[in-house]
Design a protein around this ligand. Structure first.
Ligand code: DX5
Ligand code: ZN
Length: 225
C-alpha cells in the first residue's frame, strides 16, 4: 500500500447484499471503488452485529484494492491477529474501545497491517496528538457507529480541519465514515479528508446483476469533490 493524499472512495459493504459479498466487492471495484470498507460490529460496542474474521478471509480473494477493516468491537486486542491473518490491509480500532489504545495501535502495526484510529463524534481530537507516531489513518466518524444510512453530523467538519493541521506532512490518511454523499463529501475534502467511506450513497439503486448505478454513484461523489 503506497501513501498519497488523492481522494479515495471506499464503499462500505454494510450496504451490500450480505448473501453475495464476493460478487459485490468485485462489482464495486469494477465500478471504480478505490478501497473496500468492511464494517465489523459486535453487538456490544455498537448496537448491531455484522460478521467476523472468517467472513473477511472469505471475501479477501475478491478484493484487488485495499481491504479496510473497521473494528467496532470491544475489547479489540484479542481479535487483531485474526483480522490480520484474514488479509486486512488496514485495521482500524476505536479510541473508545478500551483503555489502552496506544497498545492496541502498536499491536496492529506489529501484524504488518496499517493502523487506523477511529473517533466517535463525541470524542475530542486532542488525544490523537499522543498517538500520531503510531497511526497510518485516522477515521473521523460523522455518524454514531452501528448503522448505515444515518445523517451526517456537521460538527465533525471542524474536527477534520483540526486533525489536518495536527498531521502536517506525516503520511497519515484522514478517513470520513458516515453520511457521505455528493452534498457532504466536498465539506470534508475541503477540510482535509482523503478517504471517503460511503455505504448507502454507493449501493443505492444497484445490484450485482445491475452494477451500473454503483459506478454512477461513485462518480457523483468523485465529481462533487
Ligand atoms: C457505521 C459504519 C459505516 C457505514 C456508513 O457504523 O461504520 O461504514 O456503513 O454507511 P453510510 O454511508 O450509509 O452512512
Ligand atoms: Zn465503517
Amino acid at each position: 500500500m503506497t501513501f498519497d493524499r488523492s481522494v479515495k472512495i471506499a464503499p462500505s459493504i454494510l450496504s451490500a447484499d450480505f448473501a453475495n459479498f464476493g460478487a459485490e466487492c468485485e462489482a464495486i471495484e469494477a465500478q471504480g471503488a478505490d478501497w473496500v470498507h468492511v464494517d465489523v460490529m459486535d453487538g456490544h460496542f455498537v448496537p448491531n452485529i455484522t460478521f467476523g474474521p472468517a467472513t473477511c478471509k472469505a471475501i479477501r480473494p475478491h478484493i484487488k484494492t485495499v481491504m479496510d477493516v473497521h473494528l467496532m468491537v470491544a475489547p479489540v486486542d484479542p481479535y487483531i491477529e485474526a483480522f490480520a491473518e484474514a488479509g486486512a490491509d488496514v485495521i482500524t480500532a476505536h479510541m473508545e474501545a478500551g483503555p489502552h489504545i496506544h497498545r492496541t495501535l502498536q499491536a496492529i502495526r506489529a501484524t504488518g497491517a496499517k493502523a487506523g484510529l477511529a473517533l466517535n463524534p463525541g470524542t475530542s481530537v486532542g488525544n490523537v496528538g499522543y498517538l500520531l507516531d503510531l497511526v497510518d489513518l485516522v477515521c473521523v466518524m460523522t455518524v454514531n457507529p452501528g448503522f448505515g444510512g444515518q445523517k451526517f453530523i456537521h460538527s465533525q467538519v471542524e474536527k477534520v480541519r483540526t486533525l489536518r493541521k495536527m498531521i502536517g506532512d506525516r503520511p497519515i490518511h484522514i478517513e470520513i465514515d458516515g453520511g457521505v454523499t455528493p452534498e457532504t463529501a466536498p465539506l470534508v475534502v475541503e477540510a482535509g479528508a482523503d478517504v471517503l467511506v460511503a455505504g448507502s450513497a454507493v449501493f443505492k439503486g444497484g445490484s450485482v446483476e445491475n452494477p451500473d448505478p454503483y459506478g454512477q454513484n461513485i462518480r457523483a461523489i468523485r465529481d462533487a469533490v
